[in-house]
Design a protein around this ligand. Structure first.
Ligand SMILES: [Zn+2]
Ligand SMILES: [Zn+2]
Length: 300
């Protein structure tokens, strides 16, 4: 399916691809996996989409449908999965081509730019939140694009959000409080109450023992990023008590359908800043420096 791109979010994963931390990109490659566009043409076999219809293209771009993961509802773990903006050309472009079976219809009510961050930050955030269990006190480490969406969903579910940022990042802490976090502070600090679960979005392995220390017995620490620096050694005592550490990998189409149905009910409001497509490199540099509030979105 051919689409005319109207917006494409900038995700930290794009930096991991650009920097070679994800080692198997298609080259040359067009980055970008939070694509919002309009159908501009369909190939043979495409059903259910009409020209001009608004659609979203996420990170999960293709799966084999036959491996043991695909046949058990875990296509996010497919051995041969192909990902948008990594194995397949993505959305830092005016036009893109996507496999219609992995595209989403997008609910009305949000503009193209506001929807774009839902397609990765929102989806991965949602999957991370589900895997964090249903504890009331939720810690979020790294308060960027994914966190600002997850915080809204968590509050909608009646949870308390504790936001951890880089030390001294007052702006991110204010942003977290504005989104309803009951506490916001530095990732070096202990929260005022122990956490039932924590999600780590920042790619810093040192946060894993920090989050374990802040989490109660039976709680889980979820690592939501695709790449993380090494996790330092830590004493078994902070894992003891049936605490768990797990990662979140990719998304399934079912995650996408569930989350895109939930988002308007919350309703999730994304904080976005646009940059013209020609300034994609500047956008990536700003993301690297942490100089972004909410999510950056490129507009052709
Ligand atoms: Zn992403
Ligand atoms: Zn498969």
């Amino acid at each position: 399916m051919l689409l005319r791109v109207s917006a494409c979010g900038v995700c930290r994963t794009d930096l991991h691809v650009l920097d070679g931390e994800l080692t198997e990109p298609k080259l040359p490659l067009v980055l970008g996996h939070e694509i919002v566009g309009r159908v501009a043409g369909t190939g043979p076999g495409v059903t259910g989409f009409a020209e001009g219809q608004r659609i979203g293209v996420p990170w999960l771009g293709w799966t084999c449908g036959a491996c043991r993961f695909c046949v058990t509802g875990r296509e996010n773990l497919c051995d041969d999965a192909r990902f948008t903006g990594y194995h397949l050309d993505g959305g830092y472009a005016e036009y893109a081509v996507a496999d219609a079976r992995y595209c989403f219809r997008i609910p009305d009510g949000l503009g193209d730019v506001e929807v774009a961050p839902l397609l990765c930050a929102g989806l991965i955030g949602y999957r991370s939140l589900m895997l964090a269990g249903d504890g009331e006190r939720l810690g979020i480490y790294g308060f960027g694009a994914a966190a600002h969406i997850v915080a809204q969903v968590a509050r909608y579910q009646g949870r308390q959000v504790y936001a951890f940022t880089r030390p001294g990042d007052e702006q991110a802490q204010r942003f977290a409080r504005a989104l309803g976090a009951v506490w916001a502070g530095s990732s070096h600090e202990a929260p005022p109450e122990p956490l039932d679960a924590a999600i780590i979005f920042a790619p810093a392995g040192a946060l894993v023992p920090a989050a374990l220390r802040a989490t109660v017995k039976g709680g889980v620490v979820v690592c939501g990023g695709i790449h993380m620096s090494d996790i330092p050694a830590f004493p078994y005592s902070i894992l003891w008590g049936e605490r768990g550490v797990r990662s979140v990998a990719n998304l399934t189409r079912r995650d996408g359908e569930e989350f895109l149905a939930l988002a308007p009910r919350v309703p999730v409001r994304t904080e976005t800043e646009t940059q013209p497509l020609v300034e994609a490199n500047t956008a990536l540099t700003r993301l690297r420096a942490g100089d972004v509030r909410g999510a950056l979105v490129l507009v052709p």
